[in-house]
Ligand binder design. Structure first.
Ligand SMILES: C[S@@+](CC[C@H](N)C(=O)[O-])C[C@H]1O[C@@H](n2cnc3c(N)ncnc32)[C@H](O)[C@@H]1O
Length: 194
């Protein structure tokens, strides 16, 4: 029984929470009026892969996603087939975590989720000093390219890992997810979120 709901008597129709109507932003973000009580308070992370190069790249990302409890992985482009056997995903995580192809990552931003570009570019914020969003969609560039300005501008934050030279895609995904895990409950809303 959810907190705050009166006990349901046999034969009664279920109670419905009366939430205020949500107005939609152009990018599917709800605009909650000030003071709206939080009824949804679960942290999660998703991954967006911008035109990944190979099944090996995606397989290694899926492996990382499984290790760190990522909710779902989205990708654009056609350079590998979804049905390909991801040799680097030896745990077969792609059967457990949704892996979804889409033509534009902007279309799949979950409600109340913050898009974060991960790229080694000027003006990006260093990951060690970064406070992660409660709900984040981390977007990564391809092995043989980088995230273009258009997608970086759309993201709310751009973060980088202060390495000398860039890492490979899967290594970067692992570092970002590890950083999120290591910071524990210290996402933007703090312990309010579980
Ligand atoms: C192998 S890198 C791309 C290749 C790179 N643009 C080059 O010059 O050869 C693949 C992706 O990993 C991420 N990446 C790698 N190293 C990074 C770092 N130090 N900080 C942030 N992102 C990084 C970015 O998303 C990048 O697009």
């Amino acid at each position: 029984m959810g907190a705050g709901l009166p006990a349901k008597k046999p034969g009664q129709t279920p109670q419905v929470l009366n939430l205020p109507a949500l107005s939609q932003s152009p990018y599917n973000r709800p605009l909650f009026p000030e003071g709206t009580p939080l009824v949804a308070d679960k942290r999660y992370s998703c991954i967006g892969l911008y035109n990944p190069k190979s099944p090996e790249n995606v397989g290694s990302v899926m492996r990382a996603a499984g290790c760190y409890g990522v909710a779902s992985v989205f990708y654009t482009g056609k350079r590998y087939e979804r049905a390909a056997d991801f040799v680097t995903d030896t745990k077969r995580v792609h059967y457990d975590i949704p892996l979804i192809g889409i033509d534009d990552l902007k279309k799949i931003l979950p409600l109340n989720c913050v898009p974060v570009a991960v790229e080694l570019v000027e003006g990006a914020r260093p990951l060690p000093e970064y406070t992660h969003p409660d709900r984040a969609l981390y977007i990564f560039g391809p092995e043989d390219g980088s995230l273009d300005k258009e997608i970086r501008d759309w993201c709310e934050d751009v973060v980088y890992i202060p390495t000398s030279g860039c890492m490979n895609l899967a290594a970067t995904v692992n570092v970002v997810l590890y950083d999120r895990m290591a910071k524990g409950l210290n996402t933007r809303s703090g312990p309010k979120f579980r």
